[in-house]
Write a protein that binds this ligand. Structure first.
Ligand code: AMP
Length: 428
């Protein structure tokens, strides 16, 4: 199957060729014909499957075909709502790339920056708007955006939006959409709330499901190292020193953890940067830009900040912490081995994370290969030592507290006595 077989307009075909896309990915092959027919779509798929092009190409195709007789100021005909700024920017870039010979204009709006530039671009007129929910509602409330002319509405990464607390914003946005439209709904997972939400936006729809194990396990080479928490930095430094020229994305469960990793790497003379919610938008964009250009080889990210990261030639993903939500693992390793490439994902697993590993293996229905012994392997010994140390520390603290309590009890009694005698005095 080729893109030409799908019946896509010529200028878009040319752009896809320029991008180096030869064949549609499975989600594109299945979703594009449905969308070209004008039907609604429920896509159960994650980033990394090529889903941006799966919805972007038909939207461009429709707008291109109806644009030829357009006069006057451009109206916003397509809206894509997505949870993070990074993802929004990337979707905007995709529309620009696939639509570069069509004359169709898109813009991206997101919070955390001043609105002036975004408002100016909107005033000049755009055909496609990519937005994060908060800023979109904000500009709608200020009267800068109207959804009146929307013909194509896309809700992207719906489960992530739910996790990030955007559900009410999303409902408000859906309520403002014109009833006659084509709706597209994408989510990597389909918990009950998401199914309910999808019913609110979709009319008569068709569903395409790209299973995570199809998207990842087949293409990404995986491995897990059993390593104690204190040994994780040493193992990380060792692995990075082995491959000085590779672009590596390291995942940390917490913002604080991400900063700590950067610090540990700096101590070993390895340059890296962290992106997470506490960093300014400018700092995040700068780090991401340098990483994409290959000037910065190592990026440390939290899950939410990494949602939109799409880097060509990302050789390696390292899960410094294993995620406690198994789907997150699939999202993470999907950063490497994008659409047509193959990649490697290595995970560090300490004793407390073994249960997470079991859940992940259940989800992806395969065992993550165990990496051969390494010099920092602790196995249980080191873990046990750490545990014994912390147990000893706990016992010491408990003893200290007990004796402190004894003392304070004594003081309490003493005070009580004093009060009592004081009371007596007062009553005298
Ligand atoms: P997405 O899932 O939309 O984030 O896309 C994942 C990556 O796959 C992006 O880097 C796209 O540029 C790339 N991609 C999308 N479709 C194709 C295709 N048909 N052939 C090759 N690469 C693609």
């Amino acid at each position: 199957m080729t893109f030409k077989d799908l019946g896509i307009a010529e200028p878009i075909l040319r752009a896809l060729q320029a991008e180096g896309y030869e064949n549609p990915t499975p989600i594109q092959e299945q979703a594009i014909p449905i969308l070209l027919k004008g039907k609604d779509l429920l896509g159960v798929a994650q980033t990394g499957t090529g889903k941006t092009a799966a919805f972007g190409i038909p939207i461009l195709h429709h707008i291109y075909n109806s644009n030829s007789n357009q006069q006057g100021k451009r109206r916003i005909k397509a809206l894509v709502v997505t949870p993070t700024r990074e993802l929004a920017i990337q979707i905007g870039e995709s529309f620009t790339a696939y639509g570069k010979f069509t004359g169709i204009r898109n813009t991206v709006i997101f919070g955390g920056v001043k609105q002036g530039k975004q408002v100016n671009t909107l005033r000049n007129g755009v055909d496609i708007l990519v937005a994060t929910p908060g800023r979109l509602l904000d500009l709608m409330n200020q009267g800068f955006i109207s959804l009146r002319d929307i013909e194509y509405a896309v809700l992207d990464e719906a489960d992530q939006m739910l996790d990030m607390g955007f559900i009410h914003d999303i409902k408000k946005i859906i309520a403002k959409l014109p009833p006659k439209r084509q709706s597209l709904f994408f989510s990597a997972t389909m918990p009950k709330t998401i199914v309910e939400l999808s019913r609110k936006i979709l009319g008569d729809f068709e569903q395409v499901t790209i299973k995570p194990q199809q998207a990842t396990a087949e293409k990404v080479e995986q491995g897990v190292y059993f390593v104690s928490k204190p040994n994780k930095p040493k193992l990380l430094v060792h692995l990075l020193q082995e491959r000085p020229n590779d672009s590596v994305l390291i995942f940390s469960r917490t913002k604080h953890g991400a900063n700590k990793i950067v610090k540990k790497l700096a101590q070993a003379d390895i340059r890296s940067a962290a992106i997470h919610g506490n960093k300014s938008q400018a700092a995040r964009q700068k780090a991401l830009g340098a990483f994409k250009e290959g000037k910065l080889k190592i990026l440390v990210a939290t899950d939410i900040a990494a949602r939109g990261i799409d880097v060509e030639d990302l050789a390696l993903v390292i899960n410094y912490d294993l995620p406690n939500i198994s789907e997150t693992y699939v999202h993470r390793i999907g950063r490497t081995g994008r659409a047509s490439a193959s990649g490697i994902a290595l995970s560090f697993c300490d004793k407390e994370e073994r249960a997470y590993l079991r859940d992940i293996e259940k989800l992806i229905r395969q065992e993550v290969p165990r990496m051969p012994e390494h010099q920092f392997i602790d196995g249980d010994d080191e873990d046990e030592k750490t545990e014994q140390r912390s147990q000893r520390q706990q016992n010491q603290n408990q003893n200290r507290n007990r004796s402190r309590n004894r003392n304070s009890n004594y003081r309490g009694d003493h005070n009580k006595n004093r009060n009592r005698s004081g009371g007596n005095r007062n009553s005298n």
